[in-house]
Design a protein around this ligand. Structure first.
Ligand SMILES: [Mn+2]
Length: 305
């Protein structure tokens, strides 16, 4: 059974104001800095309406393991995502570090798994597919995709349900250009489609993005999109903690977003890893707001169709 949005005159924005899993906790300031962005006000003057929803903040205590703390934040996020999905609202999760993905897609799973499988396009400079065994740094923001596929800390693979939230064949990674052996081996063993940056350059972003949409739509009831801001070329989006040169052009991703924003199969979107303290002349902030505007306008088209 396919899933269709109903109430789409507003785009809900859920803030995941947490950077505890990354290398620099300033990613936790990302959502607030977008919320107060003058560019967002400008977009609203152009007739786009955003509805700032729940703000999820980590509650850490010294006695607690970091994965337990992230589990709590992700569970809160997953519950809210599940509610909005049940209500068929249009929403975007704004991170925060990329562990938000564990919460977001666990929430989508909670709301929709009885109907069928979910696809996911994962745009990232990295693979985010470490497990505690393969990670050299132990940073959990390098692990969310593995968690969603059912590998890693049991606290994080069991958010709302003790089950893998995604099937490997329904995932498509785009833009990877920095990774470690352990995570690459996991994805290879699971047969997850990884479109490295070399391939993006060779075939063109538009071509691989179209392929990704087809890939994640095959055999699923719909798909999601998660964007790690570090996938974009750091010359265009410097506001990240782990910049990797030679990335995706923001314009290319904008065009891709335009293509899918009003796609009836698109269930949810997520934008993560913005670190306002590293931004230069608000370039990254402006780009993220422009992405949100495209998504919001697309959602409105959906309801008119
Ligand atoms: Mn990531």
């Amino acid at each position: 059974m396919e899933f269709r949005l109903m109430h789409t005159d507003k785009l809900y924005l859920i803030s995941f104001a947490s950077g505890v899993a990354g290398v620099d906790s300033h990613t936790g300031d990302g959502p607030l800095s977008i919320q107060h962005s003058p560019f967002l006000l400008e977009a609203e003057k152009r007739g786009v309406s955003f509805n700032w929803d729940t703000i999820i903040k980590p509650t850490t205590s010294l006695s607690e393991h970091i994965d337990e703390s992230i589990k709590k934040s992700c569970e809160m996020l997953a519950k809210r995502v599940s509610e909005l999905t049940h209500q068929r609202q249009a929403y975007t999760v704004v991170g925060g570090d990329h562990t938000c993905a564990i919460g977001t897609w666990s929430g989508v799973y909670d709301a929709l798994h009885a109907r069928g499988e979910i696809g996911l396009i994962w745009i990232d400079a990295h693979m985010d597919s470490h497990t505690p065994e393969t990670s050299e740094t132990g940073h959990i923001h390098g692990m969310p995709l593995a968690c969603l596929l059912g590998h890693g800390y049991s606290s994080l693979t069991s958010i709302l349900h003790h089950a893998p939230k995604l099937k490997p064949q329904h995932v498509y990674l785009i833009g990877v250009r920095s990774f470690e052996r352990g995570e690459a081996e996991l994805l290879k063993q699971l047969n997850v489609r990884v479109c490295f940056m070399d391939e993006v350059k060779e075939r063109g972003f538009a071509t691989v993005f179209k392929e990704a949409v087809e890939h994640v739509s095959a055999g699923t009831i719909g798909y999601g999109l998660t964007i790690d801001i570090d996938s974009i070329d750091p010359l265009e989006a410097p506001g990240v903690d782990v910049p990797e040169p030679d990335g995706i052009h923001a314009k290319d991703l904008s065009r891709g977003l335009l293509e899918i924003a009003s796609d009836q199969r698109l269930i949810a979107t997520e934008i993560a890893e913005f670190d306002p303290s590293k931004d230069i002349e608000h370039m990254t902030e402006k780009m993220i707001v422009s992405f949100l505007e495209i998504i919001a306008r697309g959602q409105r088209l959906k309801i008119r169709e």
